[in-house]
Design a protein around this ligand. Structure first.
Ligand SMILES: NC(=O)c1ccc[n+]([C@@H]2O[C@H](COP(=O)([O-])OP(=O)(O)OC[C@H]3O[C@@H](n4cnc5c(N)ncnc54)[C@H](OP(=O)(O)O)[C@@H]3O)[C@@H](O)[C@H]2O)c1
Length: 330
């Protein structure tokens, strides 16, 4: 077999990129790494950017996007894994400047690979994917910071997105009260069904006149937007509260006075799952497989690889909700 199927992003004219399913030579993949046959992948915000030629994510094209993959080891020159062993790869350079998981095969260093936790299927692993790992790290960092359910409400932003929907169901599983901020008014009933105790319209949340500090209303927060929403949240945290900052879907800017940090002792906890040490990833995967093992079917859809370009466009245009799992070799 000389070729495999993959999503292939190429620059078809200057600055104009196209992503489509095509047959790719095996020689495209690195020969001396661990070859994995991908069973499932999943779609994340970074994939949508890479598949649209975003040079901040992927420098060189053509390229196979996909920061997530779960499947079986086919060949391991390092002898770290057994042939046939089921594994997960998320983040590091996968799908960025290394050909990614939206393909029948990937080839990656053994240091990026996590054995599939006992009892978890490759499909469930990709329902979680990078979004779940990140939500897990954010929840874990709030917990380690001492934030507990009896201390008040946690607020989530970008509530209909992959990271935040998983954070919502995880926080509810742990007994927290959760307020969800969204820009999608038509998704209120979905968020309610998932357990959101309060739903806030993003524009309304931002409509208040800017102040140095707002009344304290949240004990903690998980933010995927940055910018104005994150600023208002920081100014609305309880004394000693914390926000786990995961994303910048709205803005990379954070123009802010120091008052909330000094006068209220609030904390900004940075989360970056992709390059977290393998041991940290392993710790969260173990939680997702055991104490935090909750059903995710209500927030996930499964699509074939040829439909992934359509869903990547939806993510880029802000018309995507929940998690999309991509079925490849099963
Ligand atoms: N730190 C990490 O390790 C890590 C890992 C994964 C993802 N991330 C980042 O986290 C963010 C969310 O990722 P995701 O996979 O959850 O993405 P997603 O599924 O596309 O969800 C993002 C959500 O944010 C809101 N949104 C999107 N664009 C927006 C805009 N321009 N202005 C305001 N709101 C907007 C939308 O929610 P509503 O319509 O409900 O408001 C959208 O559903 C991205 O920035 C991603 O790069 C970081």
């Amino acid at each position: 077999m000389d070729y495999f199927n993959a999503l292939w992003t190429s620059e078809i004219s200057e600055g104009y990129f196209e992503t489509r399913l095509q047959s790719v030579p095996f020689a495209t993949l690195s020969k001396d790494k661990v070859l994995i046959q991908v069973a499932y992948s999943s779609l994340n915000y970074k994939d949508a950017l890479s598949a649209n030629g975003h040079k901040g994510i992927t420098r060189d094209f053509p390229h196979i996007p996909g920061i997530d993959a779960a499947g079986k080891v086919v060949l391991d020159p390092s002898h770290t894994f057994e042939v046939g062993q089921e594994v997960i790869v998320t983040g590091f350079d996968l799908g960025m400047n290394t050909h990614g998981g939206l393909a029948e095969y990937i080839s990656v260093p053994p240091q990026w690979i996590i054995p599939l936790p006992y009892g978890m299927s490759t499909r469930k692993a990709m329902q979680w994917g990078t979004a779940g790992l990140t939500a897990g790290m954010a929840v874990s960092s709030l917990w380690h910071h001492g934030i507990r359910p009896n201390q008040g409400e946690i607020v989530l932003t970008g509530a209909t997105g992959g990271v935040s929907m998983i954070a919502l169901v995880l926080l509810k599983h742990l007994g927290f009260q959760v307020a969800a901020i969204t820009g999608k008014l038509d998704q209120y009933s979905t968020l309610k069904k998932l357990g959101a105790d309060r739903i806030l319209d993003r524009d309304e949340f931002l409509s208040e006149k800017p102040r140095a500090l707002y009344p304290m209303q949240f004990s903690g927060a998980i933010d995927v937007l940055g910018g104005d929403v994150l600023i208002k949240i920081i100014k609305s945290l309880h004394f000693g509260g914390a926000v786990a900052a995961c994303g910048m879907a709205s803005s990379v800017e954070l123009p802010l006075q120091i008052y909330p940090f000094i006068l209220r002792g609030v904390n900004l906890l940075g989360i970056y799952s992709a390059d977290s040490p393998l041991e940290k990833k392993q710790e969260i995967w173990d939680k997702l497989a055991n104490a935090w093992n909750i059903p995710l079917d209500a927030i996930c859809r499964t699509i074939p690889l040829n439909e992934a370009p359509t869903y990547l466009t939806k993510i880029r245009e802000g018309n995507h909700t929940g998690r999309t799992v991509v079925q490849i070799n099963t």
